[in-house]
Design a protein around this ligand. Structure first.
Ligand SMILES: [Zn+2]
Length: 406
């Protein structure tokens, strides 16, 4: 029996880790469960899978670069993730300087130097095409690109098509998962010992047929998955789903998430706010909306930022803001309500950082990230003036806060 327990443990370990992904840096994953409620939002490097055969996942990240008619930089604008990712080394290229664009191990390389993660927002050939455009055509092309990253309705339509074309495969996966679960419990839990001898013998006679049925479900699931993949065109030119399906054919625990496999690379790269509008709950939308807007209005400053990169991000932020505001409008949110000054969280708080929302007592002008502080709303319940207290900074826990290192 012990060898069977090892087999079962390996089987379920392979099932659990199937679909786990490591992104080059923190990335958003929206994971839809079996039923029609909102997707769970994660922002991390290790991206969990959906464990339900009926679930799927959309992976999207902040736009990893900024563009302008003059050039391109790997400094980001309108980031919805916190802490906001910053490149190890800020680079900026004028379009005339751009000669080579390559992709390796999930990163874009410009003129032989590592530039930014290859998130799918802008492919290497698109970057080269932008560089070769006449300068007066570039602004219009970049504006079209920016609009293409804010299409929540398109994501929802694709999600409906995905669900429709993988319905049969997901159903077979669910039956196979339930059957394998019951079989594992029966074997690992020594259930036969608790049954009478006659019953145990009867079940032992049925077990080979159960295994055969599971094997048939496995092959049928793979075949339906293969048919679905042929009809679900990937948005990623380096579509690896065929290879993943072949791997699943050889390793049955990997064949229980066909819908998740089909969703991999199927959704086009979008701004995280567009994906949140399409699938996330309102509290997540609100948080991402605030983060993106605050990043446009109060970007993290750095002494080593080249002037060219600053000019490119300023132009790009001005192009992003109308799209972000339009998306917020569809969420029923406005910049005025999102960015409203908070009430003091204590009797001595009178200043706050508009980006991370941390509050401070009097005596300093900037937060540790270099953002100019603003006055909080007056609050009658905390208006006991204690101006004589030593000025100090307090950091209430906040999901919106940037890491101290950024
Ligand atoms: Zn701050």
């Amino acid at each position: 029996m012990s060898e069977w327990i090892s087999v079962i443990a390996v089987y379920w370990t392979l099932w659990a880790i199937d679909g786990l992904k490591l992104a080059p840096r923190r990335t958003f994953a929206l994971i839809r469960g079996p039923r029609r409620f909102f997707a769970r939002l994660h922002y991390r490097r290790w991206l969990p899978p959906s464990f339900s055969p009926f679930g799927w996942r959309i992976i999207t990240s902040d736009i990893p670069l900024s563009l302008s008619p003059e050039g391109v930089t790997n400094l980001m604008s309108g980031s919805a993730g916190r802490p906001a990712e910053r490149p190890v080394s800020v680079r900026a290229w004028r379009w005339e300087e751009l000669e080579q664009v390559g992709v390796a191990k999930g990163w874009l390389y410009l003129n032989g130097q590592r530039f930014c993660p290859d998130t799918g927002h802008l492919r290497a050939p698109d970057l080269l095409a932008l560089a070769r455009l006449p300068p007066d055509h570039r602004a219009a092309r970049i504006r079209r690109l920016v609009r293409s990253w804010f299409r929540p309705g398109h994501l929802q339509r694709r999600a409906r098509v995905l669900a429709g074309r993988t319905r049969a495969a997901a159903f077979l996966n669910a039956v196979a998962l339930a059957g394998t679960c019951l079989l594992s419990i029966y074997v690992a839990g020594n259930v036969a010992d608790y049954l009478g001898e006659a019953r145990a013998a009867a079940i032992a006679g049925v077990l080979p047929w159960t295994l055969l049925a599971l094997l048939i479900l496995h092959f049928a699931g793979i075949m339906l998955g293969w048919r679905a993949l042929r009809r679900l065109r990937s948005a990623d030119p380096s579509d690896r789903r065929g290879g993943a399906l072949f791997s699943a054919l050889l390793l049955p625990p990997q064949a229980l998430k066909i819908r998740l496999l089909a969703a991999d690379g199927y959704f086009p790269a979008q701004h995280p706010l567009a994906a949140a509008l399409a699938f996330a709950r309102q509290s997540d939308r609100q948080e991402l909306g605030f983060n993106a807007l605050a990043d446009l209005r109060w970007p993290l400053a750095s002494a080593d930022t080249p002037a060219a990169a600053g000019a490119i991000t300023a132009w790009f932020s001005a192009e992003l803001e109308p799209q972000i505001q339009a998306t917020l409008h569809l969420m029923g949110l406005t910049p005025a309500t999102l960015l409203q000054a908070p009430e003091p969280d204590g009797p001595t708080s009178c200043l706050y950082c508009p980006r991370c929302r941390d509050q401070f007592t009097a005596g300093r002008s900037h937060c540790p990230h270099g953002i100019a502080l603003q006055p909080t709303l007056p609050n009658s319940s905390h208006r006991n003036d204690r101006g004589g207290e030593a000025a100090s900074c307090r950091f209430p826990s906040s999901k919106r806060r940037d890491a101290a290192s950024t």
